[in-house]
Ligand binder design. Structure first.
Ligand SMILES: [Mg+2]
Length: 213
């Protein structure tokens, strides 16, 4: 029997080596990586950064298709096989991301994760305002979503695990039995020093030992 019944993955810099919004920005010819890093390191509130970045980028549906393909191309080498092994052991796998849902859905499909298990920020190119105030675009969004999914599925906190690279992931520690810091792509001091479990290499396979034991 696995040690956890419900595993939440962050997406950017955890399932894939990119930060999706940074990639959309560089495609649009603007550099927002300093804003993204400031938010993920906990130096700037996410809500300030979210609106600023997307107003600069002004993404189109074509950009989202392009980003979906890029997520797939830059997937962590063993992400798909690790997820398949978790599924084979009846572990429920979800993505909780502050990234943009239109791009993450196709990536999730590639990884074998059903759309109803993907929690990210919807984006309507004609009306982006609701995206900026979406819970996952703000600090505190990940714990709220992880708690609500866990409750809905009847999985108690101690049977949930969340893995991610950012401070927004670390915030969810209080609603899961185990938080795992992922430093395989970006090592963030605030996350590394607070995490009781930490993966330093760019592979997710060590997670299997923690979950399946
Ligand atoms: Mg991340």
């Amino acid at each position: 029997m696995p040690a956890y019944d419900l595993v939440f993955f962050d997406c950017d810099s955890t399932l894939s080596s990119i930060e999706g919004i940074d990639e959309l920005a560089s495609r649009a010819g603007v550099d927002v990586s300093e804003l993204t890093n400031a938010a993920m390191d906990g130096r700037l509130p996410m809500e300030d950064v979210y609106r600023k970045r997307l107003e600069m980028i002004n993404p189109t549906p074509k950009d989202f298709e392009w980003l979906s393909r890029l997520y797939i191309l830059t997937a962590i080498k063993d992400a798909k096989s690790v997820i398949a092994k978790l599924h084979a052991c009846k572990v429920d796998v979800h993505i909780i991301s502050g990234g943009l849902l239109p791009s993450i859905l196709a990536f999730a499909h590639h990884l074998g994760i059903a759309p109803e298990r993907v929690h990210a920020v919807p984006y309507d190119c004609d009306n982006p305002e609701p995206s900026y105030v979406h819970p996952l675009a703000n600090n505190g969004g990940k714990p709220a979503v992880a708690e609500s999914v866990g409750e809905k599925l009847g999985v108690p906190r101690e049977r949930r695990l969340l893995i991610g690279d950012g401070v927004s992931d670390l915030e969810a520690s209080s609603v899961v039995g185990q938080f795992v810091g992922f430093g395989g792509i970006i090592e963030r001091d605030a996350v590394k020093s607070a995490a009781t479990q930490y993966i330093a290499d760019p592979l997710l396979e060590p997670l299997l030992d923690m979950v399946l034991q």
